[in-house]
Design a protein around this ligand. Structure first.
Ligand code: ARG
Length: 457
């Protein structure tokens, strides 16, 4: 295939250098965006009198037929082309002849690739948001099924205070809801058209950038042509948002892995999201959750490589920038598949309520409530805290728990203790009485579910 830039050269590009230079295997997935961008560009050229209406019609028909043939599998995107832009242009010219050669008037691959990428990522961002919504629904359904499931809440992975399973899992829903906002924010800044920036300095043709921007669904066109072809901060922003999503998915995965262990046994994953062992017949491994945790590294890596790729290149376009696509495509692919597998894994997971309750019964997790009991009867909190600590120590030394120590024993520590203390430190009471806004109490849990559902697309 003749190179777009063949005129200036007397020799063919070395074979290895050609493969090294070409990006078609990575960017061929942007064929639809490339064709759409070209169509709108051609319409603008015709509207401005730069090409004739007949030429426009030939170009539009040619581009439509290419699109159709790619989608039906009739036309294979060949690796002989350097990238998707040269592939489409060369194919167009071979189909319609001279008019095809006019398409690239007042345009460069530099603004073309920047447009294609923004259009492509805009769609990818939408898909990620929908997938997050599906996961949010799965989390809400678990929360609804586990409003009254008591489990230990932890700090330092030490049992701390009783909470409901719903409250715990909804924390992830809040994080994921912010993740959606981050993606939407990034899209807002990305949705500005670089088309018409041309190679770097604009063009001598009387183009209409507002027209192309509007017809490609952009909110505006970028006001500096050098910036238009040089910046990839929209990639960095999306890569950051994707990295944060992976941080959240990875933490959730880690908990599922821990909870699936015999040591915890808080949850049982559905068979369809676990695997067995080739040698140990008893095994049921949480591979999906482990892979999500494991794939987090590559998404962080893509963010780092893009930041590093950009940091030293002078304005405007440099070939280094071709590396942007491999990184961001991989991050989107990875995040999408992780969300796709996590949502049904959460939806189908069984929470083992007796086990979470049994775990909550050990570890003196109602000690704060005992201290609060005394405080509500008038003892200053610091004093109540200290006294409760002494009671806990007494219990440990005498193999007791707070719930089964006799009232007489309690009275030796303070006269304020009455029969009603047992009701007060009952785990179910501890959870129900946490009525503060955003706490683990049932009303707050209901509010949280409502909040998440209202934020779905
Ligand atoms: N394949 C190139 C990329 O992805 C397209 C832009 C080429 N521009 C150029 N001046 N060589 O960045």
């Amino acid at each position: 295939m003749e190179k777009l830039w063949a005129g200036r050269f007397t020799k063919e590009l070395d074979k290895i250098a050609f493969g090294f230079n070409s990006s078609i295997d990575v960017d061929s997935r942007m064929y639809r965006q490339d064709i759409t961008g070209s169509m709108v560009h051609a319409e603008m050229l015709s509207k401005q009198g730069i090409i004739s209406p007949v030429e426009l019609k030939e170009i539009l028909d040619g581009l439509s037929s290419i699109l159709e043939d790619i989608e039906s599998g009739k036309l294979e995107i060949s690796s002989d082309a350097e990238d998707i832009h040269s592939f489409v242009e060369t194919e167009l010219t071979s189909r319609i002849g001279n008019s095809g050669k006019k398409l690239h008037t007042a345009r460069s691959r530099n603004d073309q690739v920047a447009v294609d990428l923004r259009l492509y990522l805009r769609d990818e961002a939408e898909k990620v948001i929908s997938l997050i919504d599906a996961l949010l629904l799965a989390i809400c359904s678990q929360a609804e099924r586990n409003r009254d499931t008591i489990m230990p809440g932890y700090t330092h992975l030490q049992r701390a205070q009783p909470i409901s399973f719903a409250h715990h899992i909804l924390a992830y829903a809040m994080m994921l809801t912010r993740d959606k906002d981050r993606i939407k924010d990034a899209v807002k800044r990305m949705n500005v058209s670089p088309l018409g920036s041309c190679a770097l300095s604009g063009t001598t043709y009387n183009t209409d950038r507002e027209y192309t921007a509007k017809n490609l669904g952009f909110d505006d066109y970028c006001k500096n042509s050098i910036d238009g072809v040089s910046d990839r901060d929209f990639c960095v922003e999306l890569l950051s948002a994707l990295s944060i999503i992976m941080t959240h998915l990875s933490r959730l995965s880690e908990e599922i892995i821990l909870w699936s262990s015999w040591e915890f046994k808080f949850v049982e994953l559905d068979d369809s999201y676990t695997t067995g062992s080739s040698i140990m017949p008893q095994k049921k491994n949480p591979d999906m959750a482990e892979l999500v945790r494991g794939k987090t590294g590559r998404v962080y890596g893509n963010l780092m490589s893009t930041l590093t790729m950009l940091k030293g290149i002078p304005l405007a376009y440099n070939k280094d920038m071709q590396e942007d696509k491999e990184s961001i495509f991989d991050s989107f692919d990875t995040v999408k598949v992780c969300l796709q597998v996590t949502a049904p894994m959460i939806e189908t997971m069984t929470v083992l309520k007796e086990n979470t309750l049994a775990a909550a019964k050990r570890g003196f997790i109602n000690a704060t409530d005992l201290a609060d009991y005394l405080t509500k009867k008038g003892m200053p909190f610091r004093e109540a805290y200290k006294l409760t600590g002494q009671i806990v120590r007494h219990c440990i030394e005498n193999s007791l728990v707070l719930d089964n120590m006799e009232l007489d024993e309690y009275k030796k520590f303070s006269n304020m203790f009455e029969e009603d203390l047992y009701e007060e430190i009952e785990l179910a009471t501890c959870v129900k009485k946490r009525i503060s806004q955003g706490g683990t109490g049932p009303e707050s849990v209901d509010n949280q579910i409502k909040f998440i559902k209202e934020n779905l697309k």
